[in-house]
Every structure is written in structure tokens, then in C-alpha cells.
Design a binder for this molecule. Structure first.
Ligand code: SF4
Length: 474
């Protein structure tokens, strides 16, 4: 009878169904790449420890970005270098899970250098597998923080030069100096004996997390024949001759036996205390419920744009704050150039009765354009039947679209002549906005002033501006 003695570890999917290529059996890695070996050791450990159901794999940006094709566990993709921060969030919110941050050297030691340093320093109970092949593989072989002195890459064609580019970063040595990590080891894949040690290190790092002892980190010197431009066989020699002398393998820190298992506690927050701490109970009041004049004004997406110095951001902030005071959810995202005054500025405000999934406004229901370039730039984005408010003091060419409502007034002139203060042009427009849409009660805006306008005399003139703005609509 035939006996199956070699099979794919159960930590992997049987078929890599998520891989869009027709081949569902093999990985996307280049021939001779070390990632496949590391994956296999991790998949075996997941099976042997029986942790597949509670493992969450955080993928980096780099060659191993497609970890979710292969591992039969939970997955989360992180932004470049941010895998330890994402892993931290997952572990803290689901402490019973086993969280793996799998990263290459470009991801972990370059853009993510700060992330890994602080995750390790906080002693997060996560496991980080750091695959160090001394090059940016996925993007075509650029110099990485771990590229060796003299090593030629597409961005160091004459070889890395310590004077220009500094020395290769020794991440295991750096992290092992920190107080919090439990276990830091560097291993290599260049021959069978070292691979066995790599396999053991991977298992130990996971064991530490299973026992909830703290932060574990394994650096794996790994082959990148494509980036190094050598054959798969020569890539093994390349590690031995080039990486090993600079990156000695070994255990850099191991306080496993000294560290106690931490109790797994999920932080449960007292909702009442949060409400008090954030002063949210101000919202639990009785502002008259606004009655928007159109359905799109019930949960509007608003873009406000103009020059820096016109009070664009404050207008958005007051709108968002007053919406929150009436019990709605609101987001406010400012966007402005580097100039303090005179540059471009715009902000996005989203108001909803429920949770907001996307704070960015690319199709506004309401556009407030306080100068000509803003109207020209954003007019086409406004939703059908949306509203455009323009200040004709500066917007001389009007709205060309016919499928939107337009409210045009010389707001800055009115603020100057009638309110004797051009600085309240923004609140004059806010008054017109609530007059036109009915989306927010005036009282909530006046209360929002108390938080964002510190001088009493300015509060008064801004209140007058709101009233004046409302009156412009009638
Ligand atoms: S470029 Fe290098 S690291 Fe990336 S898959 Fe190919 S061999 Fe592996």
C-alpha cells in the first residue's frame, strides 16, 4: 500500500485559489527564492501548534505581499512598513489571536524602521519574521537598508558606499538592545544545517506568542537570485560569502525562561467614561432636529475650497462640529499647501446619521467655491442636483453646469460693507448654507463657536454673519 510521506503543510491552502493566475499549486516567487522555504516552515508550525483558526497574517509591501494567497488563516494587508502597527492593533483588539508580521528588508528596515523599533520597544505580543535578502526584490533590485558595502544594485551601480549611503542596518543587533523583546535571533537558509535552525527559530518565536510572553523576532538571511542576478545555486553561496560575514547568525536575545506569561486581557472601555472624557455628552441634548430641504442634505458630502487665509478650514470645522453637536457623525479632512497665507486650501466634510466609512469627498453634494480656480477645479465633481455656492467677489466666471443648483452672492463684499469684517466671510457663507439646506440648526453652530472661537467679540460678529447669511437666502 502506498503511504504519503510528503505533503503540503496544513497551514497552507490546498489550492491557492486566491491567486488569479491559472496555476493554483505553486507560489509566485522566483525560482530559488527563500520566501517559499520560510513560508513552509511557518505553515508547518501553524499546523503543528494547531493555531490556524486564530492566526492573523499581516502582509507587507514587497515580494511577499501575496501571503494571503497561501496561508489558511486570517489576513490583513498593511501599508508599506506599517505591518507592526497593524499587527499591534489586531493583537490588542483580539489578544487571543496569534499575529504574524511578515516583512522584507525594504519594508521593515527602511520605511518601516520606526514602526518595528517602537513595536519591539513596547513589547507587543506579536511575532515578526524579517526576511533579509539585502535588496528591494519586488521593485527591481534597488539598494535596501541591508544592502552590503560594495554591493551593486540598480540604485548603487558602483556598489554601496558607506560614505554616501551609510552602513547596512543590523536589525537583530538593534532590537536586541531594547528592554522589551523576549527573543531575537538571526538565522540563514543557505544550507541544510542552517535551515534546520531557521525552522527551530520560527517555531520558538511562535511558541513565545502562544504562551503570551511578548515580542519575538526572527531575521532570516534569504536568497534573492533575481535581485542579486545569480543562479539559485550561486545564491546559496552568495549568502555564505557576502551576507554571513556582516550579518552573523545567532541568538541575540533570549529571555524566554525569565519572562512570565502575561494574562490575556481584552481592554473593555467604559462607554460612559469615554463620553465624559471626550466631552461628547454635550451632544446628548435637545437641539431642534434639522429638517433638510432635500434628501442629499440629510447626509451630505461637502467640499469647501479657496485660497489659504479665507477661513476655508474653519468653515469646514464649524460645519463638522455643529453636525456632531446635533448627534450626527462627522469627519473633517483639511488639505492645504505649504504656504501659511495665499496658497490653496480645501477641506472635506462628511456628515452622516451612522458611521462614516470614507471621510474623503470625491463627489461632493455641496461645493463651496471661494475663488475661481476652486470652482474650475471641482465643479465637475459635484453630484447631480448638488449645490454649488460661489462667492462672486472672487468668482467672476460662473458655473457652467446646468444640472446643479447654484447660489451666488458677493459674500466677501457683503462681509466688508455690512459686517465691517471680511474675516467673517466664511461664517456668512455658512449661514447661507444652513439657510439653503436646512441641514443644521443655528443653535448648534453658535455652540460650535464657543469651542473654536476664543474671543467673545468675534463670537458676536460671527453670530451676526450667520444671521445675515440666512437672510440672504430668504
Ligand atoms: S525578486 Fe527576489 S525576493 Fe522577490 S520573489 Fe524574486 S527571488 Fe524572491
Amino acid at each position: 500500500m502506498m503511504q504519503k510521506v510528503y505533503r503540503k503543510p496544513k497551514g497552507f491552502y490546498d489550492d491557492f485559489f486566491r491567486n488569479p493566475s491559472p496555476d493554483k499549486k505553486t507560489t509566485h516567487y522566483c525560482p530559488g527564492c527563500g520566501h517559499g522555504i520560510v513560508h513552509k516552515y511557518i505553515a508547518e508550525a501553524i499546523e503543528d501548534f494547531n493555531i490556524g483558526e486564530k492566526t492573523v497574517w499581516v502582509s507587507p509591501v514587497g515580494c511577499s505581499v501575496f501571503g494571503y494567497y497561501y496561508f489558511d488563516c486570517g489576513h490583513q494587508q498593511a501599508a508599506h512598513g506599517r505591518a507592526p502597527a497593524v499587527a499591534t492593533g489586531i493583537k490588542r483588539s483580539k489578544p487571543e489571536s496569534i499575529v504574524i508580521s511578515y516583512q522584507g528588508d525594504g519594508d521593515l528596515a527602511a520605511i518601516g524602521g520606526n514602526e518595528i523599533l517602537h513595536a519591539a520597544n513596547r513589547g507587543e505580543s506579536i511575532t515578526v519574521f524579517f526576511v533579509n535578502n539585502s535588496i528591494y526584490g519586488m521593485t527591481g533590485g534597488q539598494m535596501a537598508p541591508t544592502t552590503l558595502i560594495g554591493q551593486k544594485t540598480t540604485t548603487s551601480p558602483y556598489g554601496r558606499n558607506a560614505f554616501n549611503e551609510g552602513h547596512p542596518l543590523k536589525m537583530s543587533e538593534i532590537l536586541s538592545q531594547l528592554e522589551s523583546p523576549v527573543y531575537v535571533e538571526r538565522v540563514s537558509l543557505h544550507d541544510t544545517a542552517h535551515r534546520n535552525k531557521a525552522r527551530q527559530a520560527i517555531r520558538k518565536a511562535l511558541q513565545i506568542q502562544i504562551e503570551n510572553k511578548g515580542f519575538s523576532f526572527v531575521e532570516i538571511l534569504s536568497m534573492c537570485p533575481s535581485g542579486w542576478k545569480v543562479s539559485p545555486v550561486d545564491a546559496l553561496k552568495w549568502i555564505k560569502e557576502n551576507q554571513l560575514p556582516y550579518f552573523p547568525v545567532g541568538v541575540y536575545k533570549d529571555v524566554y525562561s525569565e519572562r512570565k506569561t502575561k494574562e490575556i486581557t481584552k481592554r473593555v472601555w467604559d462607554k460612559e467614561k469615554i463620553v465624559q472624557a471626550l466631552d461628547l455628552d454635550r451632544r446628548i441634548e435637545s437641539y431642534p432636529r434639522s429638517k433638510p430641504k432635500k434628501e442629499i442634505f440629510e447626509e451630505p458630502k461637502v467640499k469647501i475650497a479657496g485660497f489659504g487665509g479665507q477661513g476655508i478650514l474653519m468653515l469646514g470645522l464649524l460645519l463638522a462640529e455643529s453636525a456632531m453637536l446635533t448627534g450626527k457623525e462627522a469627519t473633517w479632512i483639511p488639505s492645504y499647501g505649504p504656504e501659511m497665507r495665499g496658497g490653496t486650501a480645501n477641506c472635506h466634510v462628511v456628515i452622516k446619521n451612522g458611521k462614516i466609512s470614507n471621510p474623503s469627498v470625491d463627489k461632493p453634494d455641496i461645493l463651496i467655491a471661494m475663488n475661481q480656480p476652486s470652482l474650475e477645479r471641482f465643479e465637475k465633481e459635484v453630484s447631480d442636483q448638488g449645490l454649488i455656492i460661489i462667492d462672486t467677489t472672487l468668482v467672476k466666471k460662473g458655473v457652467s453646469r446646468k444640472d446643479v443648483q447654484v447660489f451666488a452672492q458677493p459674500f466677501a463684499d457683503i462681509a466688508d460693507k455690512e459686517l465691517k469684517n471680511t474675516k467673517v466671510t466664511n461664517t456668512l457663507i455658512l449661514g447661507a448654507l444652513i439657510g439653503l439646506t436646512g441641514m443644521i440648526d443655528k443653535k448648534a453652530i453658535f455652540d460650535a463657536f464657543k469651542k473654536h472661537i476664543t474671543r467673545e467679540n468675534l463670537i458676536e460678529v460671527n453670530k451676526k454673519a450667520i444671521d445675515k447669511g440666512i437672510s440672504l437666502v430668504k
